[in-house]
Design a protein around this ligand. Structure first.
Ligand code: F6P
Length: 359
């Protein structure tokens, strides 16, 4: 048996722990393991396919990033080919990918990725690739699993920032708005905000009214709490509005989420007269050592992915359905993205403890 591992999409702490566990579990069964570098680039001649063995994964479980590198560009079904006139043509290179995998004697692929990578995995599975998935993302927006690995580490990074910002906000009687990642899901903001005892949490699932946010800040002032901490998910937006976007040439002109922190800070300062600062935590949330929780979850996922291959669970993703690791078909996972449920106890407890969602 020869399997290959690929890491795709944005990196997340714990990727290396998954790779390590999968490689060691496979080697333990007497299988051979290959690593496809940079998503699927390695299988399309745009990067390499390398051999992985026990030596290649020694001492990596605690490291952030991925030893296989990753990319959130390079969809083999829509591969961008620049044209002489400056335009870009998208070509389908999926047949080439499958043929190269066949020539390398790859019997099965373990793809470690978020919903984008899992969509690709489903398409490749439909073309006949024997593939299983592992849910990765700091955003925790993959359905079918209680948690993705990487999420807990990101929450802890945000929590550390909130703790530090609390003392300086309080010393200066300031409002500080922290913009955190999460794409169109509010899990990072909600979990870190509640654990960090923020005063306002803005998430995409609950469109806010800036006046309600200011009311909360004024009420705290009246109660002698002259500082406030606002945690804003990058995908949050005002009622009747739309998410804040930034454009970057490096993303091929594609818009990315961002800018809510500064916009909300300005609005609060204008309306309340309080000195307000903002901070974008950005990619800090994707780096660093995975927490113990993420390292363990990633290791369990890596081991379970090899079991899924052994059981020929093609087209399935390993998932945490506490306390067990199970497998869920990609089709079920992809039916709809996971979002914060408004009746969840985390939301209710946040409200009950006085946190405002600006609604
Ligand atoms: O999906 C993970 C994530 O970090 C999101 O939270 C964020 O919106 C996005 O990726 C950032 O992507 P990039 O690495 O391209 O800036």
């Amino acid at each position: 048996m020869r399997i290959a591992i690929s890491t795709g999409g944005g990196d997340a702490p714990g990727l290396n722990a998954v790779i390590r566990a999968a490689v060691l579990s496979a080697v333990h069964r007497g299988w051979e393991v290959m690593g496809i570098r940079r998503g699927y680039h390695g299988l399309l001649g745009e990067d390499e396919v390398v051999t992985l063995n026990a030596d290649s994964v020694r001492g990596i479980a605690h490291l952030g990033g991925t030893i296989l590198r990753t990319t959130n560009r390079g969809n083999p079904f829509r591969w961008p080919v620049p044209q002489p006139d400056g335009s870009v043509l998208e070509v389908d290179r999926s047949d080439e990918l499958l043929e190269n995998a066949r020539q390398l004697g790859i019997d099965a692929v373990i793809t470690i990725g978020g919903d984008g990578s899992l969509k690709l995995a489903q398409q490749l599975f439909e073309k006949g690739l024997r593939i299983v998935g592992v849910p990765k993302t700091i955003d925790n927006d993959v359905a079918g699993t209680v948690s993705t690995f990487g999420f807990d580490t990101a929450v802890n990074t945000v929590l550390e920032a909130i703790d530090k910002l609390h003392t300086t906000a309080e010393s200066h009687d300031r409002v500080i708005v922290i913009e955190v990642m999460g794409r169109h899901a509010g899990f990072i903001a909600l979990h870190a905000g509640l654990a960090g005892t923020a005063d306002v949490i803005l998430i995409p699932e609950i469109p806010y009214d800036i006046e309600r946010v200011c009311e909360k800040i004024r009420a705290r002032d009246r109660a002698g709490r002259r500082f406030s901490i606002v945690v804003a998910a990058e995908g949050a937006f005002a009622r009747g509005g739309s998410p804040y976007l930034v454009e970057r040439a490096s993303s091929g002109g594609a818009a990315r989420l961002g800018g809510i922190g500064d916009a909300v800070a300005r609005a609060i300062e204008e309306r309340t007269g309080k000195e307000t600062r903002s901070l974008v935590l950005g990619h800090l949330q994707r780096g660093g050592q995975p927490t113990g929780y993420d390292r363990l979850l990633a290791t369990r996922f890596g081991g379970a992915a090899v079991v899924a291959v052994a059981n020929e669970k093609w087209g399935h993703m390993v998932a945490l359905q506490s306390p067990h690791i199970v497998t869920v078909p990609f089709t079920e996972v992809l039916r709809q993205p996971k979002r914060v449920a408004l009746d969840h106890d985390v939301v209710q407890t946040a409200r009950a403890t006085g946190i405002s969602f600006g609604d």
